[in-house]
Design a protein around this ligand. Structure first.
Ligand SMILES: Cc1cc2nc3c(=O)[nH]c(=O)nc-3n(C[C@H](O)[C@H](O)[C@H](O)COP(=O)(O)OP(=O)(O)OC[C@H]3O[C@@H](n4cnc5c(N)ncnc54)[C@H](O)[C@@H]3O)c2cc1C
Length: 395
């Protein structure tokens, strides 16, 4: 077919990225998109304004019924989907709000993935089925007040006392920490860094909500305090050894961010397209001004680049070929693209753009968190720099 007879690009999927999804992946997209439109989008501005999730347990159960909690993990009540289907689910959730995608990522790719990868059979049987169903909530405690980008410097300690373990330390910025039933906590031991499944009702474990956030407000963020938390010998995740264990979980969650950022970018672009088509100044829609069209052209390029990057890394992952540097590339590129799109969309919206009546500024400030957690923009730049030069510039 000559290019003159090819169908014109769809402004909402300019490069037809979704045409390369298979039927199952499209079904996941449609189911998550419909759920998000029905259950999340009508409420998210209120949740964001309130600075919390009013019913995290109900939300967890709804996500469980939808099948997105640990959906890419095998067995134990998990969905066993491929990486692309999981990514598409992240994209559709983050098109509504980064905080809601974070809920699903932390549960599935951090807490559940850590237990799935490194836990004993008993730990998997105990925690994974209720977590997949959303009847139990998990969190992942790696970051500390004085240990962020350099988690190897953590101060949390786990020491042996007879056959027990005793944990002391503070974890900071922990998503879902104060509503979790189980915290996967990383602590230094005489054998290196190890992970522990800490039931939230263990004496000595407390979680305090972080207030006054200006980003990711439709998400619960907490400080975890562990003071002489005594755990039985079997609380350690037996397969966890060294910093590589939490880092490999972070790589799973980052993969979801690669897709999620593409969703946030798409939502901001679509909002700008709609607004520019209806808002009139100087007697014509904003969409008719050259400067607006330049913004929309830049946005549609960023959105489609992000979509292609996510799909490419997803396909590599499904073939077992996604190196962690590929995921760094995706996080670095797609979050930056989403930030550019959100900022441009906000400007197209004029004064309306600063309100919660429109999604753009909410996305814009959420993306500050997305650029920070799971490895900051700078840390991923250094990873990519190391991958292409062979020289580490981390310290
Ligand atoms: C809302 C929210 C939710 C979060 N959820 C979780 C969670 O569930 N679990 C969890 O464990 N953590 C979580 N985090 C923490 C997050 O992962 C950390 O904030 C992140 O790793 C960065 O650490 P930091 O904030 O201590 O910044 P720092 O590491 O202190 O970095 C500050 C600045 O210095 C830069 N920098 C640091 N080192 C270098 C270097 N070598 N070269 C150049 N620049 C450098 C950074 O890029 C950054 O710009 C969350 C954070 C937020 C904001």
């Amino acid at each position: 077919m000559s290019e003159h007879r090819a169908p014109a690009p769809d402004p909402r999927d300019f490069l037809s990225v979704d045409a390369d999804l298979d039927e199952t992946e499209r079904d996941v997209r449609d189911a998550v998109r419909a759920f998000a439109a029905r259950e999340l989008a009508p409420h998210v501005a209120d949740w964001f304004e309130a600075g919390t999730l009013p019913d995290p347990r109900g939300l967890a159960e709804a996500f469980g019924a939808l099948g997105v909690l640990g959906m890419h993990l095998e067995g134990y009540g998990c969905g066993g989907s491929n990486a692309v289907a999981y990514g598409v689910a992240c994209r559709e959730l983050e098109a509504v709000d980064s905080g809601l995608r974070s809920f699903v990522s932390v549960q599935g790719s951090l807490a559940m993935a850590a237990i799935h990868k490194y836990g004993s059979e008993e730990q998997k049987q105990e925690w994974l089925p209720p977590m997949a169903a959303g009847r139990a909530i998990g969190c992942f405690g790696l970051t500390e007040p004085d240990s962020g980008s350099d988690p190897g410097s953590m101060r949390s300690r786990a020491r042996r006392d007879g056959s027990d373990w005793v944990l002391d330390g503070t974890k900071m910025w922990i998503t879902n920490g104060s509503v979790a039933d189980v915290a996967v906590v990383w602590a230094a031991t005489d054998e290196g860094i190890r992970g522990f499944a800490v039931p939230a009702d263990t004496p000595g474990f407390t979680a305090n909500v972080v207030h006054r956030k200006l980003s990711l407000r439709a998400s619960i963020t907490s400080e975890l305090v562990l003071e002489g938390v005594r755990l039985p010998a079997d609380a350690v995740l037996p397969g966890s050894r060294g910093l590589g264990s939490p880092l490999s979980c972070l790589n799973e969650a980052r993969y979801g961010i690669v897709w999620g950022a593409a969703g946030a970018a798409r939502a901001c672009y679509e909002a700008a397209l709609e607004y520019a088509g209806t808002r009139e100044q100087f007697g014509r829609p904003l969409a008719g001004f050259q400067l607006t069209q330049r913004k929309l052209a830049d946005m549609v390029v960023d959105v489609n680049h992000a979509g292609l990057t996510a799909l490419r890394i997803g396909r590599l992952k499904d073939r077992g070929l996604a190196h962690h540097n590929h995921v760094s590339f995706g996080k670095f590129a797609n979050v930056a693209a989403a930030q550019r799109v959100a900022a441009a969309s906000r400007s197209v919206h004029g004064a309306n753009g600063i309100t919660l009546e429109y999604p753009v500024m909410r996305h814009m400030v959420n993306l500050e968190t997305v650029a920070t957690y799971e490895g900051t923009e700078e840390i991923h730049a250094l990873s990519i720099g190391q991958a292409v030069t062979g020289v580490s510039a981390f310290r």
